[in-house]
Design a protein around this ligand. Structure first.
Ligand SMILES: Cc1ncc(COP(=O)(O)O)c(C=O)c1O
Length: 460
């Protein structure tokens, strides 16, 4: 007995198709059995001829039935053993609960920007102008490496302001660091299977390379950055590092270490992945040039992002490949498409070409220098003599090292989460030097405290 429900959102012919298909798959209608005729079903179910014919046509198109001229439809022979078992009714999913607003008085999360800092009007104008560009491109797939105009604009900017020396052919437009690293992990080839990462360091590269089968070898960093001698003693043939502003300790990799790393890469066909994520934001002292500029034809993969100065929500970043990897890239990803929308790319090209990007950098430096200085003043006042700030003077975070005998991690996190407290970068606590457990010897605690934005940022 088949029953159809006219109030169901599923059309009647689809309901009938599903009912007949279920009988065929369960064997209730065995192979070569004749299906009732259209007329019989029309009468039995009080539905239109179109409904029955629609269901039969669907079953026929999918190979559940075959037809014999002037005899009707018959069940096709199927292996019932292979038929999917009916799934038990699932309990209704728990409704999604939006996260409760956090009670932070100051949101210092290092990856959140001040909402007032996004140049809404300028971006809107660049985006609208981009819509008016060549129409035929809007209905096609773009260049797999990213639009050539954008790659040219990026190469010019990187040369001018970061000392990166590259040709537009080396630039790949990406949707964030994660995607850049996914590409690099696949590009490097089977002779590379161990990635060295900074310890402490950014979690993302570890996750991406581990997902691609790499072994991750943490190499400890000092306040100046990754130690080349320790790296040389490891089995890694690729290293991910943040030489201009180590995440999180904030060190700048000294020139001597840079040269040693370049030599390490050259001498063993190894690769350096330089993440230059926030180098635009240096508040005091001279900007630090990129490592890539020291060996542009060598073995450095350079990555940068628009997340720290424009917006992490746009998902816009870039990769500069060393010349040796460009042919492999084109070969390996010949059937891939660019993951960044053409319209966003056009908007960004205008943003760069019309000087808005450099204006935005200057604006963000002013906003964040003030936040940074206010944060340091507040920390000095609150923690006088009981804490030390590391890695100040750049970027969107500093590290606070609690030097006096400090409470256990759980207590620090609890206090940091109290209403009216400072939002301390996801509550991430870094063990002090040499510590592996919950609390470092001597009671040292380091908390990564962002200089980021949000409600009532530190300069308000
Ligand atoms: C070290 C580092 N690199 C890069 C990024 C930015 O990545 P994306 O371009 O995916 O936003 C971040 C963001 O927090 C970061 O901490």
């Amino acid at each position: 007995m088949i029953t159809l429900d006219p109030t169901d959102i599923l059309p009647l012919y689809r309901q009938l198709y599903q009912a007949l298909r279920a009988r065929i798959l369960s064997g209730a209608l065995p192979a070569h059995a004749r299906l009732p005729s259209v007329r019989e079903l029309v009468q039995e179910l009080a539905v239109s001829r179109n409904t029955v014919e629609g269901a039969f046509q669907e079953l026929y198109a999918e190979g559940y039935v075959y037809s014999k001229p002037r005899s009707g439809y018959f069940v096709a022979p199927l292996d019932q053993e292979l038929a999917p078992r009916p799934t038990p009714a699932r309990p209704p999913a728990a409704p999604e609960v939006p996260p409760a607003p956090r009670p932070w008085r100051y949101d210092c999360h290092p990856a959140h920007l001040d909402p007032a800092s996004f140049p809404v009007e300028t971006w809107r104008r660049c985006f609208t102008q981009g819509l008016r560009g060549r129409l035929e491109q809007l209905v096609q797939y773009g260049d797999p490496q990213g639009e050539p105009e954008l790659r040219r604009a990026l190469a010019r900017y990187l040369e001018r302001s970061r000392g990166v020396s590259c040709r537009p052919e080396q630039v790949v437009v990406c949707a964030g660091l994660q995607q850049s690293l996914e590409l690099v992990a696949q590009l490097l080839g089977p002779q590379h299977s161990v990635l060295a990462v900074e310890e402490p360091g950014y979690f993302m590269p570890r996750a991406v390379f581990a997902n691609h089968g790499y072994t991750i070898e943490p190499v400890s960093v000092t306040e100046q950055g990754l130690d080349a001698a320790t790296l040389a003693a490891s089995t890694a043939s690729v290293v991910y590092l943040t030489p201009s502003h180590q995440l999180p300790l904030g060190g700048v990799l000294p020139a001597a270490q840079r040269l040693r790393l370049i030599e390490w890469a050259r001498s063993g066909e190894r690769f350096l992945i330089e993440d230059d994520y926030d180098s635009e934001l240096r508040y005091h002292g001279k900007p630090v040039a990129a490592l890539q500029g020291l060996d542009p034809e060598g073995r450095i993969v350079y990555t940068g992002t628009f997340s720290k100065v424009l917006s992490p929500a746009l998902r816009l970043s870039y990769l500069v490949l060393p010349p040796t990897l460009v042919p492999t890239f084109r070969d390996r990803f010949a059937s891939y498409f660019c993951t960044v929308s053409l319209l966003e790319q056009r908007a960004l090209t205008r943003f760069l070409e019309e000087g808005h990007w450099e204006r935005q950098i200057r604006r963000m430096r002013t906003i964040y220098r003030r936040k940074h200085d206010r944060l340091l003043a507040a920390l000095a006042h609150r923690f006088a003599g009981r804490a030390r700030v590391l890695g100040e003077g750049a970027g969107l975070h500093v590290v606070l090292e609690l030097t006096a005998p400090a409470p256990p991690a759980a207590e620090v996190l609890k206090r940091a989460a109290e209403p009216g407290a400072l939002h301390v970068a996801d509550g991430r606590l870094l063990p002090g030097p040499g510590a592996g457990g919950d609390q470092a010897p001597g009671g040292l605690w380091r908390a990564a405290a962002g200089g980021g934005g949000g409600r009532g940022g530190a300069d308000r």
